[in-house]
Design a protein around this ligand. Structure first.
Ligand code: PMP
Length: 396
């Protein structure tokens, strides 16, 4: 019999979230990922997936995954260092290294795990981490797993980073500067060339999380390091397979020695079973497609430009995004949730609200994620729905 007293706090927390308009319903998708998905038996326009290039449900990535399952089975069977390294993991690591123009790469079971595993393996007691104010939760948690001193510098502020480096970088200790490449809630881009310059000046290692730059920025979607031509200047480039690459897993790319060391130290590598072969094969295929053909990347940007321009023409605040991520900033949390609910119920547009603590208070938003698989008409369907409901709710 459950002791009800013991669980009262759960109800109280849920009620408080609902009262503040911060309780977000989680919808169940009944179809494959794509421009349109089925929810509760109805087709809705999907405007909130990270499936930027459509690889989550692409005939070739699916075929590659199925073939890998036929060949290697559904599970890797063990931790990689014990008995779980399949040749598909090695092939994928070699492919990532060549796609990224880096010496080597290490595959993890998720992007979050890549950050949780790598950061504490690089810096420890008596070391320093300079961490961007708006870094993703997985970076923040990764830095918390290290006993290194953590100094947070202001969002996009090269001056603040330099000031902090000058004040805190004393010799004899390792130091790491870590930043999102593309900030996932606003779509703005880290000033990586300036960060690299400061890092060189103060002898600091550099680490960029390119979860939202993969498949989006750079030549054929090679990511932010390629976009800024910083291939031999960034020490660790981290990425995920779960967004533009359409599958599951994460990686870091860097020097052969660094990757070698991570294989001996990174805890998700040493203590958690390996990525499934089918997932790895799907990513390998997605990268092969990208290497040959950048038409999906181009289509993604075309759709993003159309979406941003059309929403701005309607009078919406879409922030300062420099990437396809399109935040429609409403501010008020209840109004944001109301708009999202009406978009779904009245217009069949699936676009989730994003509220505090994911974004700062007063900046609640609906984050729209255009993709290469949306048509021009799909984008305009979303825009028209925002136009009509925004007027009705006195948002625009
Ligand atoms: N870093 C950033 C910037 C992200 O946006 C995300 C995903 N939300 C992750 C890391 C984690 O990646 P994954 O979903 O593969 O765990």
């Amino acid at each position: 019999m459950i002791n009800m007293q013991k669980y009262n706090w759960v109800d109280e927390e849920i009620s408080a979230l609902k009262a503040e308009g911060r309780y977000v319903p989680i919808r169940t998708i009944e179809s494959a990922q794509g421009a349109w998905v089925k929810i509760n038996g109805k087709q809705v326009l999907n405007m909130c997936s990270n499936n930027y290039l459509g690889f989550a449900n692409h005939p070739e990535t699916k075929k590659a995954a199925i073939e890998a399952i036929e060949e290697y089975g559904v599970g890797a069977g063990a931790v990689r260092s014990i008995a779980g390294t399949d040749e598909i993991h090695i092939k994928l690591e070699e492919k990532i290294a060549s796609f990224k123009h880096s010496e080597a790469a290490l595959v993890y079971q998720g992007g979050l795990l890549a950050n949780l595993g790598t950061v504490p393996a690089l810096v420890g007691k008596d070391d320093i981490i300079f961490s961007e104010e708006l870094n993703h939760a997985s970076i923040i948690d990764g830095t918390r797993l290290s006993p290194a001193k953590r100094i947070v510098y202001k969002h996009l502020s090269v001056d603040d980073l330099e000031k902090q480096a000058k004040e805190n970088r004393s010799s004899g200790k390792k130091a790491l500067v870590i930043t999102d490449g593309v900030f996932s809630m606003d779509g703005d881009i880290a000033p990586l060339p300036e960060i690299v310059d400061i890092a060189e000046k103060y002898d600091i290692m550099t680490y960029v999380d390119d979860a939202h730059g993969e498949g989006v920025l750079g030549d054929h979607g090679r990511g932010i390091v390629n976009y800024f031509h910083l291939e031999d200047k960034v020490d660790i480039e981290m990425g995920t397979f779960s967004k533009a690459l359409g599958s599951m897993g994460g990686f870091v790319a860097g020097s052969a020695e660094m990757i070698d060391l991570l294989k001996q130290k990174a805890r998700p590598f040493l203590f958690s079973s390996a990525l499934n072969p089918g997932d790895a094969a799907a990513v390998l295929k997605a990268i092969e497609i990208l290497e040959k053909d950048d038409s999906l990347v181009k289509k993604l940007w075309e759709n993003a430009d159309l979406l941003k321009k059309s929403l701005a023409d309607l009078g919406y605040n879409t922030g300062h995004s420099k990437t396809p991520i399109t935040p429609v900033i409403i501010g008020d949390e209840k109004k944001t949730v109301e708009l999202s609910t009406k978009l779904y119920e009245e217009k069949n547009v699936f676009a989730s609200p994003i509220v505090y603590p994911t974004v700062p208070k007063g900046t609640a938003r609906i984050r729209l994620m255009p993709s290469a698989v949306h048509t021009h008409e799909d984008i305009m369907t979303a825009v028209n729905a925002f136009g009509e409901l925004g007027k009705k709710l006195h948002i625009i």
